[in-house]
Design a protein around this ligand. Structure first.
Ligand code: AMP
Ligand code: MG
Length: 502
């Protein structure tokens, strides 16, 4: 019997989750094959149904003890080809030499259904034991940082921002030592490729141009096949990665996301948000905000992210120079960064303000808004979500918003400008509100929300992780039953510090 084509492919049980090993087709110098190190008595903390759907896995398998064992690193399934990849990188602007997957182990890749944007998804266990690239590290990740990575990966996907995904997070009662003892956990990450800018820098700085070319050809064949026939494929690769990075950083800025550790080894060659550590979402708006307590100089502050994205593309350009040949061609590929970033961000600001046309003084309207948000320490997410309620007729008070400002005359002056700008394009309130709600999230992963879920999970109650996952997968929906999760952060939230410790 033939089924109509619209029926989804049947969901697969773990045994039928076939996997390939595309990355291991590279020469052995690119990685080390190894086994994961088991953790005692692992248990499921949370699984993402939508991530499972992506790879056609039946989410009921999350409860299967074999699944939990396999995705903690305790059971090597026949379809796994575990390995750790080598890479290098610039950390905080300084060449750090060889790094590599010190605690992440690639299992292989799943072929996706033909209707998916990507053809393959690699599966990787983060925290599954030591590798030859662990340096002084123990190969583990703690529950706290694993829950943060799991939730933020899925939250970013919900926001429509390119990101590695997270299939599940498992835990064990085994203690690992950080500032204080914490229990170990493993996140299963998914991405079409985990190749980083630092993967290219590795071969460049070791003067291994043959390997550099092999890696570039691999990335083009796997992830940028449309560039294969270009006259200058390596320059085209650099240009496209530069474009993707610029657009990605613009999307981060538009939701107030700060990555926290934008080292070149954390930069995805696919333009995905990768390696979630001390990230944060802007609360009281301050462009100088530093989300990573370890980053004392503020290299990776909110306002610096755009330039750092460009800096990182330069590092990639440097590494690709032997393949591209001419410095001028490298510069040409990198030169679009600022314009792509500016155009993307301008479009995003317009959408956030509900503006459909672009008029000469719009940038001033945006800049003056950001200035009063900063001076009045206004919550970024809350403000933009509620801005949709402002009515365009003159002299109608938008009380919720206005009450947030200490300097009410400043808000009134800006609101008057905004109203007249809305009238210029004959903006319709109800319809604009719908558009604005589709781009201004009601729910983001605020640090304190993650903290509450983590503290409960540390007491073996995983319900809050599950709840946050459900809410954050649909951040633009009203979900009135979850209003409390969209409220302004409590006062204790401002004393939370997030560091590199993970
Ligand atoms: P990150 O700052 O998390 O991007 O990590 C930078 C480098 O340190 C990467 O090569 C990681 O694999 C490695 N690393 C971080 N933590 C550990 C750990 N606990 N054990 C082994 N390697 C680690
Ligand atoms: Mg990293």
């Amino acid at each position: 019997m033939n089924f109509p084509e619209i029926l989804p492919a049947p969901l697969r049980k773990l045994d039928h989750l076939e996997m390939g090993a595309r990355f291991s087709a590279l020469p052995p110098a690119f990685y080390t094959r190894l086994a994961c190190t088991p953790l005692p008595d692992p248990y499921l903390i949370c699984g993402s149904q939508s991530a499972a759907d992506l790879i056609g896995l039946d989410a009921a398998e999350f409860q299967n003890p074999s699944f939990i064992a396999a995705f903690t690193g305790n059971l090597a399934l026949p379809q796994f080809s575990p390995l750790a990849a080598v890479y290098s990188g610039h950390q905080f602007g300084v060449w750090a030499g060889q790094l590599g997957d010190g605690r992440a182990i690639l299992l292989g890749d799943v072929t996706l259904a033909p209707d998916q944007a990507e053809s393959h998804m690699e599966l990787q266990l983060k925290g599954a034991g030591q590798t030859p690239y662990s340096r002084m590290g123990d190969g583990r990740a703690v529950l706290r940082s694993s829950i943060r990575e799991f939730l933020c990966s899925e939250a970013m996907a919900g926001l429509g921002i390119p990101t590695s995904r997270a299939l599940c997070v498992t835990g064990s009662d085994k203690y690992v030592l950080r500032e204080t003892p914490e229990t170990a956990a493993v996140v299963t990450r998914m991405a079409p490729s985990f190749v980083r800018f630092g993967s290219f820098e590795h071969w460049f700085y070791n003067q291994k141009h043959k390997e550099l070319k092999i890696l570039a050809d691999y990335v083009i064949a796997q992830s940028y096949p449309h560039l294969q026939d270009r006259a200058h494929p390596y320059q085209a690769l650099l240009k496209e990665v530069t474009h993707r990075t610029a657009k990605l950083v613009a999307q981060w800025q538009s939701v107030g996301f700060m990555h926290g550790v934008l080292n070149t080894d954390n930069m995805s060659i696919l333009g995905l948000t990768l390696d979630y550590g001390p990230f944060g979402f802007m609360e009281a708006y301050d462009p100088n905000h530093i989300c990573n307590h370890t980053d004392q100089q503020g290299r990776y502050s909110y306002k610096n992210q755009p330039q750092i994205g460009h800096w990182n593309c330069y590092a990639l350009g440097q590494a690709l120079l032997p393949l591209i040949g001419e410095v001028d061609d490298v510069h040409a590929a990198l030169s679009d960064y600022e314009s792509v970033f500016d155009i993307s961000l301008t479009q995003l600001w317009h959408a956030k303000l509900g503006l459909q046309q672009t008029l000469p003084h719009d940038q001033e309207l945006i800049d003056s808004l950001l200035l009063i948000l900063q001076h009045n320490r206004i919550d970024f997410t809350y403000f933009f979500r509620h801005l949709a309620d402002l009515r365009s007729e003159a002299n109608v008070e938008a009380t919720t918003l206005r009450d947030m400002f200490l300097d009410r005359p400043a808000f009134d002056a800006w609101a008057a400008q905004y109203r007249s700008r809305l009238q210029q394009e004959n903006s319709q309130d109800a319809e604009r509100k719908q558009r604005m709600h589709a781009v201004n999230p009601k729910y983001v992963l605020r640090n304190y929300l993650a903290q509450v879920a983590i503290e409960k999970a540390q007491k073996k109650d995983f319900s809050e992780v599950e709840k946050l996952l459900t809410i954050l997968q649909h951040p633009f929906d009203e979900q009135p039953e979850h209003d409390a999760y969209a409220a302004l952060p409590p006062t204790w939230a401002s004393s939370l510090e997030v560091s590199c410790s993970s």
